[in-house]
Design a protein around this ligand. Structure first.
Ligand code: HEC
Length: 251
């Protein structure tokens, strides 16, 4: 009995984990990463290298591996994605010194290789969508998904600036594209270079890339899994035919 109780508690805690990870409140936007969309991950790699890698590393991923998996030839890889090294065998390491950045931001920017596995891809999508103007914060910006975040809104020139408008969750609010919208609503007070739909696509690409980076072998693993299952089915069928053949004279 004790064992069953422990098991039930463990299951309940696992189910509650995403709620804890998101700071206890539900995420505003729904998001499903798309592992099969290589073009999106390619654009995401470009976004990441241009807008994030100045502060964040992906130290478990090598440039060469990224190029191979996302079908980016070496010359394009070097010209467009590799800013701090010219060796494809190197890991993606930010040039920002951790001790200094901790002083500047109050927090050192964490390594993001496994971020989507740690927080969930939907959490990261929400994080990048929910920076909003908040004059009470040192940088004038807060984040609904990670309240009190010390990261500046580095995509503000693309998204523009939005303010948070409280809204009763019960009223509901339909958002095109990525499904439902819960909780506070945002209103753009200063437009960015991208239209809201384009900004969503930008964030989608970036998170698809991070989702790839968190498990580069995902697609190979899944296709191998299908092949193994197909083999097992075929083999079972052959074994069945063989059994019929062997036993046909016995009855
Ligand atoms: C100017 C430096 C800087 C840049 C550029 C930057 N970040 Fe950050 N980022 C930070 C800092 C500092 C934190 C730590 C925030 C905290 O914990 O308060 C952070 C935190 C994060 C987190 C949350 C980590 C966690 O789980 O708590 C994510 C996700 C993230 N950044 C993604 C990105 C992405 C994606 C980009 C590019 C679009 C980016 N960052 C660009 C400085 C930066």
């Amino acid at each position: 009995m004790q064992r069953i109780k422990t098991l039930l508690i463990a299951v309940a805690l696992t189910a509650a984990a995403p709620a804890f990870a998101s700071g206890g409140h539900a995420l505003t936007y729904k998001f499903e990463p798309d592992s099969n969309n290589i073009q999106s991950a390619q654009r995401g790699a470009r976004n990441f290298m241009n807008y994030c890698s100045g502060c964040h590393s992906m130290k478990h991923l090598r440039y060469g591996r990224l190029g191979q998996d996302l079908h980016i030839p070496d010359d394009l890889l070097k010209a467009n994605l590799m800013f701090t090294t010219d060796k494809p065998g190197e890991h993606i390491v930010s040039s920002m010194p951790a001790t200094e950045s901790a002083k500047w931001f109050g927090q050192a920017p964490p390594d993001l290789t496994l971020e989507t596995r740690y927080r969930g891809a939907d959490w990261v999508y929400n994080y990048l969508m929910t920076f909003y103007v908040d004059p009470s914060r040192p940088l004038g910006v807060n984040n609904l998904t990670l309240p009190g975040a010390s990261m500046p809104h580095v995509l503000a020139d693309l998204q523009g600036w939005q303010v948070k408008v409280e809204e009763h969750a019960a009223e509901g609010h339909e958002e095109g594209g990525h499904g439902g919208h819960k909780g506070p609503k945002f209103e753009l007070v200063q437009a960015g270079k991208l239209k809201p739909e384009e900004y969503k696509a930008f964030v989608t690409d970036t998170v698809n890339f991070m989702h790839y980076a968190a498990e580069p072998a995902r697609n190979a693993r899944i296709s191998l899994g299908y092949k193994v299952m197909l083999y097992l089915f075929l083999f079972t069928f052959l074994a069945y035919l063989l059994k019929k053949e062997w036993w046909k004279d016995v009855h």
